[in-house]
Write a protein that binds this ligand. Structure first.
Ligand SMILES: Cc1cc2nc3c(=O)[nH]c(=O)nc-3n(C[C@H](O)[C@H](O)[C@H](O)COP(=O)(O)OP(=O)(O)OC[C@H]3O[C@@H](n4cnc5c(N)ncnc54)[C@H](O)[C@@H]3O)c2cc1C
Length: 377
């Protein structure tokens, strides 16, 4: 990398909830020079959600009492107020993000994919983008998971549409469908197919709605989805098969599909099964896999400060973040990290981070990890 003055102190890659939320946090630091880049539009992943998909976490304007709306990315804004809705669609949430960008004049370059990143200890980061090279001192990676579905969970998965490739469930012809995967997206697919007049067989490894170990919605089904599952079961159009570990889907000569499970059970279907089997481990961080450390199980490893343990100056925000037992896969979780990351970047750049102090308190608008680990206060 040639010796040159960086174009920016910080580049954020990804203009989703994580990237825009982080940008609005950095904007409170006077003198910090940053930009957000996105390969698509602001909120591109939300634009791509199936038309019928709604937020499972409810939105409510609780901000004036110190509890920011569960889905907000600033202390003052509320998706509930913005959209007049409790469970927003993807399009509504993308519009909420775009309105914050415009209101706060956040510098964002859309349609600017980052193709390659090289890192240099002394110089920072050189990004090869659709709009040319960009040189930054620090890099925040906020590329999410949604655009990185796992399309090969077992042989024959290539015959099956993945949940993240569906734009509208009403495009599916009335008939009988098989959905593989029993967590949020599997139930969402089943519920919406049933609403479109289809019958559904849902193949699940284990129930995510009878979790005895945790009430954490990162692990077990949210109340919103439980309610919808209950209604779907009452319709008698949903057949749930348990303990099914699908090992293969094969296309038969007669145009049908044969699904095989590890215990030898199998099913014959006319329609290609639908994959609701999740996203690649690490999501969009796999695009720069060599700049992160990974565990033997394939999990992304970061320091306590959310920094790559392999590449100093590279930080992660978003749903892939794990800190000990904590899984930050929802907006109300990963937004807790914005202020701490902003503060440490300001310190490195010798800038004034006092404006973030209040946000970084246990009872700040987004809270943080300092309180309520195990207590019952
Ligand atoms: C069906 C579904 C329902 C959900 N419901 C909820 C919910 O109710 N509540 C909740 O809190 N969470 C929910 N989540 C999770 C939530 O959507 C994610 O946690 C959140 O969107 C993550 O935000 P993000 O900004 O990290 O990722 P994204 O919103 O995916 O943003 C990443 C951005 O990075 C861009 N990008 C990727 N690669 C590059 C590149 N190389 N160069 C430039 N740009 C790039 C993408 O275009 C995208 O805009 C849900 C997820 C799904 C799939």
């Amino acid at each position: 990398m040639e010796q040159s003055k960086p174009d920016y102190d910080v580049v954020i890659v990804g203009a989703g909830a994580a990237g825009i939320g982080m940008a609005l946090t950095l904007q409170k630091i006077p003198g910090l020079n940053f930009i957000v880049l996105d390969s698509g539009r602001i909120g591109e992943s939300f634009h791509r959600w199936p038309a019928q998909t709604r937020f499972i976490t409810p939105s409510f304007h609780s901000n004036p009492f110190g509890l920011a709306d569960l889905n907000s990315i600033t202390a003052a804004s509320s998706p509930a107020v913005f959209a007049n809705a409790e469970h927003l669609s993807g399009a509504q949430y993308a519009a909420y993000l775009a309105s914050l960008v415009s209101q706060h004049k956040v510098p964002v370059q859309t349609h600017c994919k980052v193709h390659h990143v090289s890192a240099d200890k002394a110089q920072g980061f050189l990004l090869e983008t659709a709009n040319g090279q960009i040189h930054s001192r620090f890099l925040i990676w906020a590329t999410g998971e949604f655009q990185f579905p796992d399309l090969t969970p077992f042989p024959g998965a290539n015959y099956c549409p993945h949940y993240a490739q569906v734009s509208d469930w009403s495009d599916f012809r009335t008939g009988h469908y098989t959905v593989i995967g029993g967590y949020e997206s599997g139930i969402d697919a089943s519920v919406n197919l049933i609403k479109s007049g289809c019958d559904v067989r849902l193949l699940v490894r284990q129930t995510s709605w009878d979790s005895h170990n945790s009430d954490d919605p990162s692990i077990c089904l949210s109340p919103y989805t439980r309610e919808r599952l209950h209604q779907a079961l009452l319709s008698e159009r949903l057949d749930v098969c348990f303990d099914v570990d699908v090992t293969q889907v094969a296309a038969n000569e007669d145009g049908q599909f044969r699904i095989t499970a590890r215990d030898g059970r199998h099913w014959q279907t006319t329609q290609a099964p639908i994959l609701a089997t999740g996203f690649i481990n690490g999501g969009g961080a796999r695009q720069i896999a060599e700049l992160w450390a990974w565990s033997d199980e394939g999990d992304l490893l970061v320091s306590e400060a959310d920094e790559s343990t392999r590449t100093p100056g590279l930080f992660l925000v978003g749903p892939q973040l794990r800190q000990e037992e904590r899984i930050y896969c929802f907006i109300y979780k990963f937004r807790q990290r914005f202020a701490a990351l902003g503060t440490s970047l300001a310190q490195c750049l010798q800038l004034d981070a006092r404006a973030l102090q209040g946000d970084n308190m246990p009872w700040g608008p987004f809270g943080n990890n300092e309180c309520c680990g195990d207590c019952e206060c």
